[in-house]
Write a protein that binds this ligand. Structure first.
Ligand code: MN3
Length: 206
């Protein structure tokens, strides 16, 4: 069994005007698909067991498994895992509530402080990568990772660890068509399309 592109539960234009249709379409059909194709290709030369693993299990074990092309898997299996999560945490018009809201207020002082911290780390992240809200030792922290690294890969590989509640893709392919060099405008627009219901669900299950 090889990995396949998960269908979106919404149309490419449903996050307009914050995430434009053209970007969403290319991002899903071309970029995400490429990470999947590359992962499948790499795994043809590895132990068959890895191809049947849920993608999050694969990336969680990356630092300890014996594979020939670890960097290739880090980049591409990471790319698949990150985008698979990303699509599910996007939705227009949800409201932050429940235990996640309380936990964010407790950890950051206020929701405004949390957003400011998330934006600060996003803008200061150099080059391609992801910005994450992570649950770690019952606390919430904001971290960034380079390239397609994911906190599930652990400290040794990603420089961080913990359970990602949600992540924001800050590769230029995620925003350049609409926002060009204005990464901050893209990041601020993210607050309009984050699926807080899904985020709260992920927070509560971990
Ligand atoms: Mn991307």
């Amino acid at each position: 069994m090889s990995y396949i592109l998960p269908a979106l539960s919404y149309s490419y234009d449903s996050l307009e005007p914050y995430l434009d249709q053209q970007t969403m379409k290319i991002h899903h059909l071309k970029h995400h698909q490429a990470y999947i194709n590359n992962t499948n290709e790499i795994l043809k030369n590895e132990d068959k067991a890895y191809m049947n693993m849920p993608i999050n299990s694969l990336i969680s074990q990356l630092s300890i498994i014996d594979v020939k092309n670890k960097i290739g898997l880090q980049n591409n299996a990471g790319g698949h895992a990150n985008h698979k999560l990303f699509w599910t945490i996007l939705k227009l018009g949800t409201t932050l509530s429940g235990n996640l809201k309380i936990a964010l207020e407790n950890n950051f002082g206020s929701i405004e402080n949390f957003k400011r911290e998330f934006e600060r780390i996003s803008v200061n992240h150099f080059g391609s990568g992801w910005i994450w809200l992570v649950k770690k030792n019952k606390k919430l922290i904001v971290v960034s990772t380079s390239n397609q690294n994911n906190p599930l890969m652990g400290e040794e590989i990603s420089g961080t660890s913990g359970f990602p509640i949600f992540g924001l893709d800050v590769w230029e392919h995620a925003y350049y068509l609409k926002y060009q060099n204005n990464r901050i405008n893209y990041i601020k627009s993210f607050w309009n399309v984050i699926n807080w219901d899904k985020a709260n669900e992920r927070f509560e299950k971990k």
